[in-house]
Design a protein. Structure first.
Length: 187
């Protein structure tokens, strides 16, 4: 992929990829890194894009793979360093600004913070469907799984989300009724 193609692709798709990254990871710093790394992979491996799917679904696939890898790494690192983190005072020099803290706080109160608690497959399917507005077929392309699996993940993800909201004493009626409201995309 040539430099001009990469620039144009970034102009067209970066905002969507960044938004999806923010919903997936929940904070602006990791979202920035994840979105930028997605386009770094594109710059290095753009020639492997064969056009069997749309470019933006291919980019979402890269994003989700990077997110999975980052979650695995973070989980392992977190287990190894938990004692150190619990006993170390916060470094004032690395404290984020008030606006970033407010953004993270707002996200934690949002529905997406609850989605983040779901298993990866359900979380990814819900993000791609309800945050990014992808059709079920596009989600199947991104996740490289059958259409029936996408429908199942969305169904079970919404059920899990309802359970989480009810356990927290929240109103689960804000969720889309499945398959009623989402029926046009389930075909």
């Amino acid at each position: 992929m040539g430099l001009l193609d990469l620039d144009e692709t970034a102009r067209q798709h970066f905002a969507r990829i960044h938004r999806a990254a923010l919903v997936l990871c929940g904070n602006p710093w990791d979202a920035d890194d994840l979105a930028q790394e997605t386009f770094l992979v594109l710059s290095r491996q753009g020639s492997s894009f064969q056009g069997r799917s749309s470019l933006y679904t291919w980019l979402y696939g890269i994003l989700l793979n990077l997110d999975r890898r980052q979650r695995r790494r973070f989980g392992m690192r977190r287990r190894k360093l938990r004692v150190l983190w619990d006993n170390q005072p916060a470094d004032v020099g690395t404290t984020p600004g008030a606006d970033a803290a407010a953004e993270v706080s707002e996200w934690k109160k949002s529905l997406w913070a609850r989605v983040a608690k779901l298993p990866d497959g359900q979380r990814q399917a819900l993000v791609l469907r309800f945050s990014e507005g992808l059709r079920y077929e596009e989600i199947a392309e991104v996740l490289e799984c059958p259409l029936g699996t996408v429908k199942s993940r969305i169904f079970h993800g919404l059920a899990g989300l309802r359970r989480i909201l009810e356990e927290e004493g929240e109103d689960a009626r804000q969720l889309p009724a499945y398959p009623g409201e989402d029926l046009s995309h389930a075909v």
